[in-house]
Design a protein. Structure first.
Lengths: 79, 190
């Protein structure tokens, strides 16, 4: 008898018991990390002045990190 | 910080696009952020506008609160990082006027950056273009620098106080021409 996967778990065979929403959360976090690296690279490479760089980082991470926490927790609380 | 100056070169002015250009780009993202919520409200027929517009009320469309939170947070994160991409792009678009040249750095997108240099002695004419109600009221516009030779004209768009920038460039240009004239030895005529 062939194995039956949970339809909500698109990547069931690959990621075990991960659901679609957990995968969505993970994809969002991966995209965020990738994009943040590009942003930081440009800030460092082309030389924002120290005050602007500090201000941008506080603003950027101050909003995005709590959003990441919300994404991660809500992705794992969806049944 | 920008370290573009050659030895002995003095920076006269550093200019970025007008703040209204940045504001208008950020506003687009803010509006885009609300579109899914407006559409959701319209098509589920629960909002004031959907009643006004005559959309049918759909009773069965409901999402778990965790799903709504997750999707909203993901959407907000995408919009937030795109706003910062726009801010970075704005900050890295810069024009520098020195006592020898005009340097235009155009950050088109990430990993796509163009730098053009126009030597002051090659400038022939400068045209200031302020077109429209908002540019006139807020005092921003375009500058077109016509250069000698077959090179393309130098166009700087959306800069604040374009007339002032033109004056600065012309002053630097005049100083360069005067320096050149002084350095040519006087042969005393024919």
């Amino acid at each position: 008898m062939p194995p039956v996967y949970d339809p909500a778990s698109l990547l069931g065979p690959l990621l075990g018991n991960w659901t679609l929403f957990q995968f969505l959360g993970l994809a969002a976090i991966a995209f965020y990390c990738f994009y943040s690296l590009i942003l930081l690279y440009h800030w460092m490479r082309y030389g924002l002045n120290p005050f602007t760089a500090f201000f941008m980082m506080v603003l950027y991470f101050g909003v995005s990190l709590p959003l990441l926490a919300i994404i991660w927790s809500s992705a794992h609380s969806v049944i | 910080m920008l370290h573009l100056n050659t030895p002995g070169e003095r920076t006269a002015l550093i200019v970025r696009k007008h703040w209204f250009i940045l504001l208008s780009r950020v506003l687009v993202f803010v509006i885009v952020f609300f579109i899914p919520f407006i559409l959701y409200d319209l098509f589920t027929g629960r909002s004031y506008f959907s009643v006004i517009l005559g959309f049918p009320q759909v009773e069965n469309v409901t999402f778990a609160p965790e799903v709504v939170t997750l999707l909203t947070a993901v959407w907000a994160l995408i919009i937030w990082i795109k706003i910062f991409g726009t801010l970075t792009n704005y900050y890295l678009d810069v024009w520098i006027i020195t006592d020898k040249r005009v340097v235009a750095i155009d950050q088109i997108r990430f990993f796509n950056r163009q730098m053009a240099i126009c030597r002051l002695e090659r400038i022939q004419d400068i045209i200031v273009n302020v077109n429209g109600f908002l540019p006139t009221v807020l005092n921003f516009g375009d500058i077109q620098i016509e250069t000698a030779g077959e090179e393309e004209d130098f166009i700087i768009k959306g800069i604040p106080r374009p007339q002032h920038m033109k004056d600065v460039i012309m002053r630097q240009h005049d100083a360069v021409v005067e320096r050149e004239n002084r350095s040519i030895p006087n042969t005393g005529g024919i």
